[in-house]
Design a protein around this ligand. Structure first.
Ligand code: GDP
Length: 328
């Protein structure tokens, strides 16, 4: 596939953009071509490090990604930035991955910033992003960053397609509590308190608070039988300033430790296998749901049954069973 996408350069960029446009299309003939393409790409994918990043609007995601991207390029990496933002179809334009937000990074030859697809549902957006990720890997990008906003289910979707899920936080406890309530903390392998330059003391306090909150969740990296303590990952909390660039080398060092451990213990392979299977089932379920709704007999009976359930004349489980029986 590397031959198909070509060597790094303007022609490869065009080939990538064309491929992704095909993947994002919902036309059945495009979809069939996209599926053939994906299968051809697959053996050449999987070699990148997949980094998921989330945080509320204004926390500094684009500032951080730009600083990190430039830092990584300097070290010889090629960096792709993708976004998952289901709201972009509502607002009519993507608020994530917007090129004007990361001007210096998007001007870099070794970087590729792809805005969120605006295909509507989270499932659709997540599918395009997952598939685009494979395209970038096959083209030789060795770091793929997938960004999302800290609202809704999009974080779960991004955590489910990346090797490390990073949560950006502001140095104040209010946000932390909010994030904990949403259970997002439990997804995080790493938490970064950004804007530490504004109030170092607040950042340090937030770091201590979040560290103890993560200990309470304590679900990460539980040792299996015979595992060494050295192979257990305790989610870490770091503080930095994306604006000033301070703390980036330490951040990357921590990421590298995590990656090394994932490789050493086989957890990377396990995580990706589980992600692939979960994704397959998610696609099956959403496909079945669509087929169910379009089935002629179901379609005919659905509104009547819905009304029966709404009016309390039929138990929901009975209605569900009768509708399912219509499929036979
Ligand atoms: P996003 O919405 O999460 O992508 O946030 P942005 O990257 O657009 O940042 C929002 C605002 O915070 C911008 O005005 C940035 O310049 C500012 N900002 C981002 N990171 C830092 C930081 O580390 N320190 C300070 N003081 N400001 C920052």
């Amino acid at each position: 596939m590397r031959q198909v996408l070509g060597a790094p350069g303007p022609a490869q960029r065009r080939a990538i953009a064309k491929t992704i446009t095909l993947l994002e299309s919902t036309r059945p003939d495009h979809r069939r071509r996209a599926e053939d393409l994906l299968n051809a790409l697959l053996p050449h994918s999987g070699r990148a490090f997949r980094l998921g990043i989330s945080g509320v609007p204004g926390v500094g995601k684009s500032t951080f990604i730009e600083a990190l991207g430039l830092f990584l390029i300097e070290q010889g990496h090629r960096v792709a930035v993708l976004a998952v933002d289901p709201s972009s179809s509502v607002s009519g334009g993507s608020i994530l991955g917007d090129k004007t937000r990361m001007e210096r990074l998007s001007a870099a030859e070794q970087a590729f910033i792809r805005p969120s697809p605006s295909s509507g549902t989270l499932g659709g957006v997540a599918q395009s992003t997952r598939e685009s990720l494979l395209v970038f890997e096959a083209a030789g990008y060795d770091i793929v960053i997938v960004e999302t906003v800290g609202v809704g289910q999009s974080e779960t979707a991004v955590a489910a397609m990346t090797d490390l899920f990073l949560l950006l936080q502001l140095p104040n406890a209010g946000d932390d509590l909010q994030a904990m309530k949403k259970g997002i903390m439990e997804l995080a392998d790493l938490v970064v308190i950004n804007k530490a330059d504004i109030d170092e003391a607040a950042a340090t306090r937030a770091r201590a608070q979040i560290t103890s909150a993560l200990r309470i969740f304590g679900l990460h990296g539980r040792p299996g039988q015979g595992a060494h303590e050295v192979d257990v990952w305790h989610p870490q909390v770091l503080q930095l300033s994306a604006l000033k660039g301070t703390g980036l080398p330490a951040f990357w060092q921590t990421v590298t430790q995590f990656r090394d451990m994932q490789h050493r213990t086989g957890r990377l392979v396990e995580r990706r296998q589980a992600q692939n299977l979960a994704w397959m089932w998610e696609r099956i379920e959403s496909g079945l749901r669509a087929r169910f709704k379009h089935h002629p007999a179901v379609h005919q009976a659905l509104s009547g049954m819905t009304e029966e359930v709404r009016a309390g004349r039929m138990a929901a489980s009975v209605a569900a069973q009768r509708l399912l029986d219509l499929l036979n």
